[in-house]
Design a binder for this molecule. Structure first.
Ligand code: PLP
Length: 449
């Protein structure tokens, strides 16, 4: 057989010749050829091993290659590898039951999709049909997926090239005290002003034109901004007052990431629709979905729901979800994520913030943390400008390169690094990652004023 490095070279060569990558200028990327992964680590064909502080794209909540979930997928493949969505299938029924058991309130019906964006597409469709209204309100600092409606609902710059202007989406500012859009100085002020701003937006858009407000419970890629106490309850109240469907997007924040099954639990809020994907089966097989309230399910009790997907509730994906949820329950993964945030990641990151002038703020909960890198702590000027590319992004590129050199694979978005390891990462592994981060932050420090 070929030496490993030759296999790696062949994998890379075929990738460069034929794989067209997401979000990338094809000639300017250099994807690492991955040979394998287990738990919180992955490795290349050259023998380099990395501690993964990204969980892929924040989806391997139980880590890589969990033996029980791999076995469940193998077993399902042997039993019934696929079946059309219009039938009752054991793995699908059981996945829906386990999910509905954990979703808040009366979100008891599950519409399955293949991922997060399709979940958002269908949540918006349900809200529009349920209300007979068209407009959707969403936050500027948000990401909801890359399909047509989902990318228009998205607030961050990934929307710009796909903004079709007629999607019926209006963006507003959600609370973010560190870079307050409302010039607030306390969380309480930020919360109150953010709710007033939302009320004003609704008044000027016309409440009777608005089908849905969609928010990430804790915005993910846009910066892990934990909402202030009272904000989500306030949005819930506003939605109730105007007959607007409240959609919480838990594609990233759900399934243990924040130290609860769903992030909404932290604030005791029940939306009308909740989207999920990623952690539902740790991305072992593509799966997403929408959890639906009793009232919205009732809309489609005697009237057909006009949407569907060939692979809705794919047995292989659902079997992976059943196994993942059972593993998470048996192994206490959700509680472990909560404890990690409270005793290792939170304190560890705050300690780094004290020593590194490049750290403006750390925030988060569970296994879901953002480190905001700045050029100047006083002015909070970001380490790189908003949406920087090329040379302007050099400081963040240097930071990421330093982390990788130390065996840590970091999540980097604009001027932030997110610490989003598997929810199963051990305390010792998390500390090893923080030590590598410490060294990489010293490189970021060199770019401060
Ligand atoms: N919603 C949120 C909050 C996300 O973080 C993502 C992906 O990162 C999506 C939706 C889109 O999910 P997918 O990439 O599975 O379509």
């Amino acid at each position: 057989s070929q030496p490993l490095s030759q296999t790696g070279a062949a994998v890379k060569a075929a990738d460069r010749a034929h794989v067209f990558h997401s979000w990338s200028a094809q000639d300017l990327i250099d994807p690492l050829a991955v040979a394998g992964a287990e738990g919180s680590y992955f490795w290349d064909y050259e023998g380099n091993r990395y501690l993964d502080f990204t969980s892929g794209l924040v989806f391997t909540n139980i880590g890589y290659q969990h033996p029980k979930v791999v076995a469940a997928i193998q077993e399902q493949a042997g039993k019934l590898v696929t079946f059309a969505p219009g039938f009752a299938v054991e793995a699908r029924s059981e996945a829906a039951r386990l999910i509905a058991e954990r979703t808040p309130g009366d979100l008891d019906k599950i519409f399955f999709t293949n991922g997060g964006a399709e979940a958002v597409e269908n949540a918006v469709r349900m809200a529009r049909l349920h209300t007979g209204r068209h407009k959707v309100l969403s936050a500027y600092r948000s990401y909801h997926g890359a399909t047509s409606t989902a990318i228009n609902v998205t607030g961050d710059p990934r929307r710009w090239p796909s903004d079709n202007g007629s999607a019926g989406v209006v963006h507003f500012w959600a609370p973010f005290l560190y870079r307050s859009p409302f010039h607030a100085e306390t969380e309480e002020q930020e919360c109150r002003r953010a709710l007033q701003h939302l009320e004003d937006t609704i008044a000027f858009e016309g409440p009777a034109t608005i089908a849905a407000i969609i928010l990430e419970t804790v915005p993910g890629t846009a910066g892990i901004m934990v909402p202030p106490p009272g904000y989500l309850a306030g949005v819930r109240e506003i939605c109730d007052r105007y007959g607007i469907v409240f959609v919480l997007d838990e594609v990233m924040a759900g399934f243990g990431r924040t130290g609860t099954w769903f992030a909404a639990e932290h604030w005791g809020v029940t939306p009308d629709l909740m989207t999920f994907a990623k952690g539902v089966n740790s991305g072992y097989v593509p799966l997403g979905g929408v959890a639906i309230s009793g009232a919205i399910a009732e809309t489609f009790a005697r009237r057909p729901y006009p949407g569907g997907l060939t692979y809705s509730g794919h047995p292989l994906a659902c079997a992976a979800a059943v196994a993942t949820i059972n593993v998470m329950a048996e192994e206490g993964v959700v509680e472990h994520a909560a404890r990690l945030g409270e005793t290792v990641l939170g304190p560890g990151l705050r300690e780094l913030a004290e020593r590194h002038p490049s750290v403006g703020e750390v925030r988060g909960l569970g296994a879901f943390w953002a480190v905001e890198l700045v050029r100047d702590r006083e002015t909070r000027e970001p380490l790189v400008p908003y949406n920087a590319a090329g040379e302007a992004n050099a400081p963040m590129a240097a930071f990421a390169a330093a982390a990788k050199k130390n065996g840590l694979w970091p999540f980097v978005n604009m001027n932030r690094t997110h610490v989003v390891p598997a929810c199963t990462i051990s305390e010792a592994e998390a500390k090893e990652g923080l030590a590598a981060l410490d060294e990489a932050l010293s490189v970021a420090d060199e770019y401060t004023v």
